[in-house]
Design a protein around this ligand. Structure first.
Ligand SMILES: NC(=O)c1ccc[n+]([C@@H]2O[C@H](COP(=O)([O-])OP(=O)(O)OC[C@H]3O[C@@H](n4cnc5c(N)ncnc54)[C@H](OP(=O)(O)O)[C@@H]3O)[C@@H](O)[C@H]2O)c1
Length: 308
């Protein structure tokens, strides 16, 4: 009777220990979790894939994530942040639009309250609202004693094969109000490498990494590189900002994206960003990818093949 009681107690203790170990394991897992906002988008998808490849726990923060995260629905923020240690903050639709800095600040505040220890913000160059969002993340993090890194990027090369320039490239004609102002387009693979370094390694806290490729190209020259890589004829047609705005509206581009694009082409693309930076080199100790290499690699996937 007595020995049975001891056996029962021992079994119970073993069960509790197993339970505690399981709880501790679950806690450890949760504690290492990185929330990747925009985790199915151009940079977030690449960040999430790199973390997963290293066997690190990742949660995709987007409307299709589990649990879902929606910038437009505050109720979704806390569940997405539960048990999260670091966050890759990619705002949608564009960090340059009015209201973005306030939303990013509110999100950062909730994140640090939830126990997040590291915030990596994806930002844009020479945009008033983007730089205000950076200040918001820095202020909230510094006050809470949390690490921050800013990844401030040029135009993504992937806009040409994964976003709004894809259709025009496929149609054989790209019409833009970009004039002859050059831009140092940056590769989303380089952005993801920098973001993952900042999320997973020491030594990147408090850094503002401004990322560009090693070469300035006008939009016409960028389209020329794609034409060369694909062997297709792709015309570049200069248009006015007003013409461009009407073209976007006719193509049913969402109004918030139209206003972000007209702001960027109408104001930001005035030469203020027409210089190269060393952010990739500083963060990773290697050179960034050139547009010609990006174009060659994207062309080899068949994404720009003539489907007419
Ligand atoms: N594109 C550029 O050249 C460039 C340059 C510099 C900086 N940036 C900045 O980078 C950020 C991301 O821009 P991007 O063009 O690369 O977009 P993106 O990340 O490719 O956008 C798509 C992602 O956003 C998610 N998403 C869409 N609506 C959402 C919502 N309401 N709430 C939460 N997630 C939502 C999508 O997933 P679901 O559909 O599942 O929600 C998807 O994961 C922006 O802040 C932009 O200003 C962009």
């Amino acid at each position: 009777m007595f020995s049975t009681a001891i056996r029962c107690t021992a079994k119970k203790e073993q069960k509790m220990e197993t339970g505690n170990v399981r709880e501790a394991e679950a806690r450890d897992e949760r504690e290492g979790t990185t929330l990747v906002l925009g985790g199915t988008g151009k940079t977030g998808r690449r960040v999430a894939a790199r973390l997963e490849a290293r066997g690190l726990p990742v949660r995709v923060g987007s409307r299709s994530g589990q649990p879902p995260f929606d910038w437009e629905n505050l109720d979704t923020w806390a569940p997405a942040l539960e048990g999260v240690e670091s966050v890759y903050v990619s705002y949608y639709p564009d960090i340059a639009i009015p209201g973005a800095p306030e939303a990013v600040r509110s999100f950062a505040e909730l994140a640090v309250q939830s126990g997040v220890r590291r915030l990596v913000l994806l930002s844009g160059r020479g945009e008033e609202e983007a730089q205000r969002a950076e200040v918001a993340v820095r202020e909230v993090s510094d006050e809470a004693g949390v690490e921050w890194t800013i990844v401030r990027c040029a135009w993504f090369m992937q806009n040409f094969d994964e976003y709004f320039f894809l259709e025009p490239i496929l149609s054989g004609e790209v019409a833009l109000p970009s004039g002859d102002v050059p831009e140092p387009f940056v590769d989303a693979e380089d952005i993801a490498d920098v973001a993952v370094a900042a999320l997973t390694e020491d030594g990147h806290a408090g850094e503002i990494y401004e990322l560009t490729s090693p070469r300035l190209l006008t939009f016409e020259e960028a389209v020329g590189e794609i034409a060369k890589a694909t062997g297709r004829e792709i015309r570049f047609v200069p248009v006015s900002l007003e013409e461009y705005e009407s073209m976007l509206a006719e193509a049913d581009v969402p109004p918030e994206v139209v206003s972000a694009l007209t702001y960027i082409f109408g104001e930001v693309l005035d030469g203020r960003n027409a210089h190269l930076t060393d952010g990739v080199q500083r963060a990773l100790g290697r050179e960034p990818k050139d547009f010609a290499d990006y174009a060659r690699e994207a062309a080899s996937t068949g994404v720009w093949d003539d489907k007419r």
